[in-house]
Each structure stands twice: as C-alpha cells, then as structure tokens.
Design a protein around this ligand. Structure first.
Ligand code: HEC
Ligand code: HEC
Length: 447
C-alpha cells in the first residue's frame, strides 16, 4: 500500500513542531523526503518562478507528496536541478494557431499542404504580462493553441469526415476546433497537435469554452478505434494481442493517464473552483500551495506530453496555471431552490457529509483512505500515482458535473445515493429514507 510521504501533514505545516513531526513520520516510512531550504521565500511570484531555479525546486519540494510514486520520483529526479534533467531541454514555442473547420475541410479534400499557414505565430508575446488579467488572457491562448506534441493520430482523425465530431471534439462559434492546433514543426512541416483544451474545456453557461466543466463528451477510446479502422460503436475483439476493447470500455470523459500498464482511467476533472482545492489530482499528489505549485504541475506535464523532448517557456506555464485557477465553481443547477432544498441542508449536516464536504467550498483538506471511502482502488494503489488516498471533491455546482467519482463511474446524484448502486464505495447517505434522499438531492442541486 502506498501512502503519502507526509500522512500527518494535510496543509503546509503551520509551525515547526508539526514540520518536525512530519519529518519523523517521513523518516519512519523511509520515503526520503527532502525539504526546501529554510528561509527561502516561496510565496507566489511569476518573476522568481521564471528566473530562479532554487525557487522552482523549493516549491516542488514543499508541495509534492506521495513521493514513492513513479510520478513524484520522476519529478524529483528531473525537475529544478542545475545543469541536469529537464533544465537542459530546449525551450520551444512553435508558431501555431487554432485549427479551423475550414482547415479540416481542406485536409479532407487534399493534404496538410493545403492548409494556409501564413498566419502562424508563437504564443509568447513580446513583453511578459504584468498583471493578473494579462496572465489569464495569455493562458487562454496557451491552452487553446500551444501544441502538446506532433501527433499523426490527430491528422488522421481530422482527415476523416465526421471523425473529430464522433470523438467528441467541439467547435467555437468562430469555426475553430477546441483543443486542436495547427503548427509548424522544427523541420518546417505543417502539423496538427492536441492542446490542453482538448479534455479540459467545454462551452458552458459562460459562452466561450472554459475549463469550468471538462469536455465530458471527449471520447479518446472512440478516437483510437476510428484511427485503427474500427466502428467505435461496437466492442471490438483485440487483434494480435493488442487489446482494442479497452478503447471501447474507456468511454467518454476519461483518460488512462497512469503509466502502469493497468486499465485504471481517471475522469477529466472540472477545473471551475480549482483555487479552492487543497490538493491537486484525484490521488492528492500535490499540496495545492498556490499558483506556483500549479505552474510547476502544468510545466512538467507539458514536458512529459512531448515525451521529455522539449520544455515550454516558463512564462507560458505560469499563464496556463493563471487561466486554470481563475474560474469559479459551476453555478448551482437549481437557481430557485424550494423548501425541499432547505430540508436537505439539514439532512446533509445530520448525515455527516459536511465533515468531509465542508461549506462553503464543500471540500476539505482531509485525505480519505481507500479503505474508508471504499471506491474502486485501482487508481489509488497504482505505483504510478497512487497514494492510498482520494481527495475530497468539492460539491459546488455538483448538479452540473456528472459523472461522479475519480473514475466517472456514477452517472447521476440519484445513483450516487441509491442503496441499489452497483458501483462500490462511498456509502455515505445510502441509508437515508426516500424522502430524506430526495431532499438531500434537492439541496445538492442548489449549491
Ligand atoms: C487527454 C486528456 C487531457 C489532456 C489533453 C490534458 N489533461 Fe489535464 N487532466 C486529465 C485527467 C484525466 C486528469 C486527472 C489526473 C489525476 O487526477 O491524476 C487531469 C488533471 C489535470 C490537472 C489537475 C486538476 C485538479 O483538479 O487537481 C491540471 C491542473 C491539468 N490536468 C492541467 C492540464 C494541462 C496544463 C494540460 C495541457 C498541458 C492538460 N491538463 C491536458 C486529462 C487531460
Ligand atoms: C469521509 C469523508 C466523506 C464523507 C463523510 C462524505 N464524502 Fe462524499 N466524497 C468523499 C470522497 C473521498 C469522494 C471521492 C471518492 C472517489 O473519487 O472515489 C467523495 C465524492 C462525493 C461525490 C461525487 C462528487 C464528484 O464530483 O465526483 C458526491 C456527490 C458526494 N461525495 C456527496 C456526499 C454526500 C451527499 C455525503 C453525505 C451523505 C458525503 N459525500 C459524505 C468523501 C466523503
């Protein structure tokens, strides 16, 4: 069983005594914690993040937990070290723009060479932003058009009429695809690649696509099946030992991001209200210490997304993090709750929900062990990222964020609280009377 390096420490230690206790526990567990040098100012600061390697390393050391996972080990071995590891990678900002429906129409009639590339430009502006709003605006650009990698799969998909739509890609009102960029590669050739918006952004009540609610329709399995020549609506048999059926079983809204050879997908998290989350990632792999933590989390993902070959200019990862952290939680599904919802609030308190989902954020910094919550342990025990814990999701706007749980296995709030639910775990509230249950659901829809 894997445990976070610092099981006693939920938020950053408030005083030295707690820190000392953490170090003792860490030493007992033998997970080799190293801590940032005392006295180093690690408060959020884009300039220090961009310019000072000790700052970046310090934030990593402060906030990375579950250090025996391969995810944490890789970062400790490669990130924020002078003259070694990822620091030596070439910085890249390839000229790009959003892929348009006109581009894909041309591609379907011809080839990549038929796409007009006269207006490609780097994402990095001439001057680095100097206030929060400018960082967020730049972040929107990064998320929309900084290509994660050159990936022939997306060129194949974009060449097949109807395939992008079938895979769940969305378009903006201006006729561009959400989550796809056209860019110029180092050898001068035109390429298509995915961007961060692919899984994380969907149009909401706010109009333009935002990361408040993830793209629940993004079906990476269907995309793979289409490229492999299968009908995505039929469960295929694997060929020559290559299991094609896992693509079908994945379904929309999830990705198997854990590099451990096991089928243990995670749901795309909804990033509205991210600033309130005490931990990052469903397994709580990071204490969410601030914007700098998120910037490093994103920066290392940009590197691994391009197979450790390049790194993103740091101003752009700070911008992406600023954009992601800037969104409020989804608004309540029910804007005019009736008396049932008020009754439901009392049920919520009496059933003990608030001990973990504590208002007003409806999350808390308690880590809940896999045994206690009882949900599918496959992701929580993975050597890749499993810490033995799942974090507590916020319930703000929960009426809009189905499906539920870390792996998106429960479709509705009714199913979440139903004693007949087949998906195991999280049995809280399953013993309520029918009346209490419907009141509780009315309340959940109103927050
Ligand atoms: C293929 C779909 C996909 C793409 C593309 C993608 N993500 Fe994610 N993202 C996920 C999944 C799945 C998780 C959940 C991982 C976990 O909990 O361990 C996640 C988690 C996150 C989180 C943690 C959020 C939280 O609630 O703690 C952040 C931040 C994030 N992604 C940022 C990015 C950035 C930046 C990019 C572009 C470099 C990106 N993502 C591209 C699927 C994707
Ligand atoms: C001991 C702490 C704890 C208690 C008590 C608790 N929860 Fe949870 N809740 C969690 C954890 C942890 C998860 C995530 C589990 C997972 O992803 O596998 C969760 C997930 C949820 C989800 C799914 C949210 C999403 O976005 O996926 C809902 C809805 C929910 N809880 C409602 C409730 C209600 C209602 C109660 C009271 C009847 C309650 N919880 C009591 C810890 C708790």
């Amino acid at each position: 069983m894997h445990r976070p390096c610092r099981p006693l420490m939920t938020r950053r230690p408030a005083h030295d005594g707690l820190m000392a206790a953490c170090l003792v526990v860490a030493a007992l567990l033998g997970c080799g914690c190293e801590d940032p040098p005392p006295g180093l100012d690690l408060s959020d600061d884009p300039t220090r993040y961009i310019e000072q390697i000790e700052y970046r390393r310090g934030v990593l050391q402060r906030d990375l937990i579950g250090r025996e996972t391969t995810y944490a080990q890789k970062r400790l071995e490669l990130y924020g070290l002078a003259d070694e590891g990822w620091e030596l990678l070439p910085e890249r900002d390839r000229p790009s723009r959003r892929l348009s429906v006109e581009d894909t129409d041309r591609l379907q009639e011809g080839s990549l060479d038929d796409i007009d590339v006269s207006d490609l430009r780097p994402v990095m502006p001439e001057t680095v932003p100097d206030d929060g709003e400018e960082w967020i605006a730049l972040g929107r650009e990064v998320v929309a058009r900084y290509p994660l990698r050159s990936d022939p799969m997306y060129t194949v998909l974009a060449s097949m009429p109807g395939a992008l739509e079938r895979a769940g890609f969305l378009t903006r009102p201006d006729g561009t695809w959400v989550g796809l960029a056209v860019f110029q590669d180092e050898d001068g050739s035109t390429r298509i690649g995915p961007t961060c918006a692919q899984c994380h952004c969907s149009p909401t009540e706010y109009g333009q696509p935002s990361p408040v609610v993830a793209n629940k329709g993004m079906d990476l399995g269907a995309a793979n099946l289409l490229v492999l020549g299968y009908d995505p609506d039929e469960r295929p048999e694997g060929i020559e030992g290559r299991p094609a059926e896992v693509h079908y079983d994945l379904g929309p809204g999830r990705a198997d991001v854990l590099a451990d050879g096991v089928f243990n997908p995670l749901a795309f998290p909804d990033l509205g209200g991210l600033a309130d989350m005490p931990y990052l990632q469903q397994n709580a792999n990071w204490i969410h210490g601030g914007l700098a933590t998120l910037a490093i989390r994103c920066e290392t993902l940009f590197t691994t997304s391009n197979l450790d070959r390049t790194r993103i200019p740091r101003a752009l990862s700070w911008a992406a993090a600023s954009f992601y952290r800037s969104w409020n939680a989804p608004t309540p599904l029910d804007a005019n709750p009736g008396p049932d919802a008020a009754e439901g609030e009392a049920v919520f308190e009496d059933a003990g929900c608030a001990e973990c989902h504590t208002p007003p954020t409806y999350t808390s910094d308690r880590l809940v062990s896999l045994e206690e919550v009882g949900t599918d342990p496959a992701a929580g025990t993975s050597p890749a990222r499993g810490t033995g814990y799942y974090r507590i999701p916020s319930l703000r706007g929960v009426g809009r964020t189905a499906p539920y749980l870390h792996h998106g296995a429960v479709r509705t709030l009714e199913e979440m609280l139903s004693p007949e639910r087949e998906e195991p775990g999280h049995e809280f509230g399953m013993d309520l009377s029918e009346e209490e249950r419907s009141q509780l659901i009315a309340f959940l829809r109103s927050i």
